[in-house]
Design a protein. Structure first.
Length: 535
């Protein structure tokens, strides 16, 4: 393995993708130390900010400079208790690797151990059954792997972390009472999922040129059965205080002791004169004054847990329900922030099933993407049912999976509902789409007669090409789809496609239209060898 910019960027983006897919699940698990249901959001926001900083680094930057920019942003932008601990874990691990250009599995194991040790030190009163327990289990397993193989070492750490996560309710009473695993530990498992994915995937380490599916959550946990108390325990601290602090190591040691006297959940991470301070207290002013005594606090944030939880109870967030077929397409939909309603040839979607899925979104506003012409009617019927129950539902009559992906790409829950619907509808409508399938029996199509086994090219939902070679039919379909103003071609690979078909299509398009970018996803859909989308 070579530690390069490509590898670091691939891992950072995989972390963001995996946390995006698991964010809502992690939020639901969040009952300790405070049931404010924002752990997934905080973890995602922390990694997303650092990854954006990494992407902004100029071409030609050295690896140490890239890692420094990533780590500095992690420190400065860490959100919440989980975000702060994750930032320390990642910064410590990357810092240990340092300038090692060709790390082995043993280097990775040592980095994991350093990260776990540093995280335990950063927490004022470490509690088992939390992210710290999961980090230690991952580090111990990596050391126990005793291997030079990076992928094998990371896999051992990931598997051990999952096992440790499953046992967290046995170690922490609040988790056991709520029937959930630890939210912070779940976020760390997501990051290890991303690491394992990159170590053996599309970063170029070991994938042999094959199309890879984006990582998706490997661990699923139940949501709390009942709403816990606002604080970690009756009479517990009412406020979260966070700030950045310029101070010396000695002054920070004194600060930690003072904060432990004032409250709990103390986490202080950083170094070289800059620290990120986190504490739960009843007297936020005293926590800030302690920071002033230690150095120069800035970017101070104070959150009142009761107010935050009350706001969350009143909010019914907007959701996007999208019909999908194939594990890869479902994962892509979740990655983009949607709720996947999966169907298959043997499992069609009825109006009742759609209505049930709309209710399960638990949102006051839902945008529904049918993604198939025969599903538009049941989606509309279900929407009418939900509207009668007081839920705002808009159905965008998309007829293809790739239209749904285009719509999700522009979804913005911060916009007014109507504006969001218009933007998503426009994106879907301006996506030229097609597909490649195999005729199941002889018949007459819009493109002429076909025999069972013929390759059929679809354009905008209608058969446009009949042939016997998937690549040749693909090029004819793309001739219909790629306009003079085309900028992006998306290929979604399904069951039965030849292993090199997507790359042959990519090479063909690059040769004829070098200005058109091509991206390839593993959709895993049945019936269609390939979906095409042109934007």
């Amino acid at each position: 393995m070579t530690l390069s910019r490509a590898v670091v960027e691939a891992w950072a983006h995989a972390c963001v993708d995996t946390l995006a897919a698991a964010r809502q699940e992690i939020n639901a698990l969040n009952v300790f130390p405070v049931a404010d249901h924002d752990t997934g959001t905080n973890a995602y926001a922390t990694l997303a900010a650092a990854t954006e900083a990494l992407d902004r680094e100029p071409e030609g930057s050295s690896l140490p400079d890239l890692v420094a920019a990533f780590g500095d942003t992690l420190l400065r932008q860490a959100k919440g208790n989980c975000g702060v601990i994750l930032s320390q874990l990642i910064r410590a691990a990357l810092g240990h690797l340092g300038d090692v250009e060709h790390p082995t599995g043993r280097h990775i194991a040592e980095a994991f151990t350093t990260a776990a040790d540093t995280a335990y030190t950063a927490v004022g009163a470490p509690v088992e059954g939390t992210i710290l327990t999961v980090a230690r289990a991952a580090a111990d397993a990596a050391q126990g792997a005793d291997s030079d193989d990076v992928a094998a070492t990371i896999r051992a750490a990931h598997m051990a972390a999952r096992e440790a996560l499953a046992k967290t309710p046995e170690q922490l009473e609040q988790l056991q009472q709520a029937g959930v695993v630890d939210a912070g530990g779940r976020a760390l498992v997501a990051i290890l999922e991303a690491a394992e994915y990159v170590a053996a995937g599309p970063s170029g380490l070991d994938h042999g040129g094959e199309t890879q599916q984006v990582p998706q959550p490997a661990v699923s946990a139940p949501v709390p059965a009942a709403e816990p108390a606002p604080d970690s325990e009756p009479g517990g601290p009412a406020y979260e205080v966070m700030y950045l602090l310029n101070a010396t190591d000695t002054d920070v040691d004194t600060l930690k002791g003072r904060l432990n006297e004032l409250g709990d959940s103390v986490v202080v991470v950083g170094g070289d004169g800059l620290w990120n301070v986190h504490v739960h207290v009843d007297d936020p002013g005293a926590a800030i004054e302690a920071g002033i005594d230690a150095g120069r606090p800035h970017r101070i944030a104070v959150t009142h847990f009761a107010d935050q939880i009350a706001r969350q109870a009143q909010e019914r967030p907007r959701a996007v329900l999208t019909a999908t077929t194939g594990a890869g397409l479902a994962c892509l939909a979740r990655q983009a922030g949607g709720v996947a309603l999966e169907f298959s040839r043997g499992q069609e979607l009825s109006a009742d099933a759609v209505a049930e899925a709309l209710r399960a979104c638990n949102a006051g506003e839902v945008i529904a993407l049918a993604n198939n012409a025969r599903f538009i009617a049941p989606f509309e019927h279900a929407a009418r049912t939900l509207r009668a129950e007081g839920i705002t539902v808009a159905v965008i009559p998309t007829t293809a999976q790739v239209q749904g992906l285009s719509a999700l790409a522009v979804h913005d829950p911060a916009q007014p509902f109507e504006d969001d619907v218009v933007a998503m509808s426009s994106a879907a409508a301006h996506t030229r789409h097609g597909g490649l399938t195999i005729a199941a029996e002889a018949g007459i199509t819009s493109a002429g007669p076909c025999q069972a086994g013929d390759v059929l090219g679809v354009v905008a939902g209608d058969f446009a090409v009949v042939g016997d070679d998937p690549f040749a039919v693909s090029t004819q379909v793309l001739g219909h789809l790629i306009s003079p103003t085309a900028e992006l071609l998306t290929l979604v690979v399904g069951h039965g496609a030849e292993p090199d078909l997507a790359e042959r299509i990519r090479a063909h398009v690059t040769r004829l239209r070098p200005e058109v970018d091509t991206v390839v996803y593993d959709g895993d859909q049945e019936n269609y060898l390939m979906f095409f989308a042109v934007e």
